[in-house]
Design a protein around this ligand. Structure first.
Ligand code: GAR
Length: 197
């Protein structure tokens, strides 16, 4: 079966991108191939991770972001976009055009602690403030509503009494995000490849 070309969009450290790179190396991700990495921030360390893995990596100007992105996606024949710590919200028009072909990782159990304003460390701060005993991560399809698309995979993670936002973020990433995102990417690539046959 023909592999699906994957573009990964990042804004920062890129540990989720790294999890995808490792999963492709270990053949856990086998129905898709990492083809392109794009950041909306020039200094994002994730770009270095992509380059080290031999994946073409670009920082794209914020002003004309979606226009430039669409051109790169077409040039690299991208079939699936993975938002991996990408902190910019894509326009409803873009989400509509790419419906069923964009997935996102979010660091909570949606519908809790999600939507506009909930990203990165802020999510974990809100979790601790509210005092919930379980949090986790979710991979979902992207639609016009921030964090509103159909849920693909979720995994719970316990909140510990000694947690800080930083320690919770790290545990959610290690115990949930880095496992779920490659699994979800493989699932969706299988589905897209099947539909292409
Ligand atoms: C991850 O924890 C991801 O879930 C979160 O940003 C972090 C990026 O880390 N994404 C969001 O909050 C999206 N709403 P990374 O750059 O090391 O993958």
């Amino acid at each position: 079966m023909e592999k699906i070309n994957i573009a990964v969009l990042i804004s920062g450290n890129g540990t989720n991108l790294q999890a995808l790179i490792d999963a492709e190396r270990d053949a856990l991700l086998k129905s898709g191939t990492l083809t392109l990495a794009v950041s909306d921030r020039p200094g994002a360390y994730g770009l270095e991770r992509a380059k080290k893995a031999g994946i073409p990596a670009f920082a794209v100007e914020r002003e004309s972001f979606e226009e430039t992105l669409e051109a790169l996606l077409a040039k690299h024949k991208i079939g699936l976009i993975v938002l991996a710590g990408f902190l910019r919200i894509l326009s409803p028009g873009f989400a509509k055009r790419w419906e069923g072909r964009v997935i996102n990782i979010h660091p909570s159990l949606i519908p809790a602690f999600c939507g506009q304003g909930y990203y990165g460390l802020r999510v974990h701060e809100a979790v601790l403030e509210r005092g919930v005993k379980w949090t986790g991560a979710t991979v979902h399809y992207v639609n016009a509503v921030p964090d509103g698309g159909a849920i693909l995979l979720q995994k719970p993670v316990a909140v510990l009494p000694c947690d800080t936002a930083q320690s919770l973020q790290q545990r959610v990433q290690r115990e949930a995000e880095w496992e779920l995102l490659p699994q979800a990417a493989e699932l969706v690539c299988q589905k897209l490849a099947e539909a292409k046959k």
